[in-house]
Design a protein around this ligand. Structure first.
Ligand code: ZN
Length: 268
């Protein structure tokens, strides 16, 4: 026992407090407004959004594995001081949905087609995840834990306590049933509106087009996205850096080029 501890005991003083533990977040969260953040998961650069109000916490998309989602859940609690209460899945692809069951107690929203796919399309989900390099054991754990979304919606307003967040289906595009999440700006606080676009918008690569995409409808769908967010909103893509309305107009033109088959695009 040190002389100091010995003398403290003699004097009846409590020992000094133990060194305080500081918890740090697992991911680098980008602050879009005071109550709207997002991070880019290292695997596939998937965006996860975080929005909170007076008594609710919303996560937008959930990553590929339960480990990723648990790390997001822990970060959300650290950043907001509360448990996640709501989850919105923007579309059906594995890198956006497979972590969803980690948010136990949260109400999960998706389009009806996505809810059906999470039940009937697990073989396809698994194959797609493995094709993109996910670990088989982690995918199997995530699929075994999957639960159907609670709310099958094309449009909804989620009340987070003092702030309403809009969920909407602006039209067909990346898939047949993409949802976007629109967070209005706060009046008087000079905070921009933020729109989480899922994979209807991609910044880090060209838009991902597959058999489930509707390239013909996609440009009009982006018009609707711009109408919902407005010219000054910040638009958060499913993959890549946050963009502005001009970027989305350019992506719309790119998609029109694809539709007209002028040979500028060779994505599968
Ligand atoms: Zn996708």
């Amino acid at each position: 026992m040190s002389t100091l501890r010995f003398s403290q005991r003699l004097l009846g003083r409590p020992p000094p407090p133990r060194r305080r533990e500081f918890h740090t977040v697992n991911y680098a969260w980008e602050r879009l407004t005071s109550t709207v953040h997002r991070c880019r998961l290292p695997f596939l650069d998937v965006t996860v959004g975080l929005v909170w109000g007076g008594d609710g916490v919303l996560v937008i998309d959930t990553g590929t594995t339960l480990a990723e989602a648990a790390a997001v859940d822990a970060d959300a609690q650290l950043l907001t001081g509360r448990r996640v209460t709501h989850v919105v899945l923007t579309h059906k692809h594995f890198d956006h949905v497979l972590g969803s069951s980690a948010f136990s107690g949260a109400v999960i929203y998706s389009a009806p087609e996505v809810a059906d796919y999470l039940c009937a399309g697990v073989d396809e989900l698994r194959a797609d995840a493995l094709r993109h390099g996910a670990a088989a054991d982690e995918i199997d754990r995530a699929i075994a834990a999957l639960r159907p979304p609670d709310q099958r919606v094309y449009d909804a307003v989620i009340d987070l306590g003092g702030r309403g967040v809009s969920v909407s289906h602006p039209g067909r595009g990346h898939t047949s049933a993409d949802l976007i999440v629109s967070v209005p700006g706060v009046d008087g606080a000079a905070e921009h509106a933020v729109v989480f676009c899922g994979d209807l918008v991609e910044e880090s690569a060209d838009p991902a087009i597959d058999a489930d995409s509707d390239v013909g409808a996609w440009p009009d769908t982006l018009d609707n996205v711009l109408r919902i967010g407005g010219p000054d909103a910040r638009y958060v893509p499913g993959h890549g850096a946050v963009v502005d309305a001009r970027f989305i107009e350019n992506q719309r033109s790119w998609l029109l080029g694809y539709r007209h088959g002028d040979g500028r695009v060779e994505r599968v």
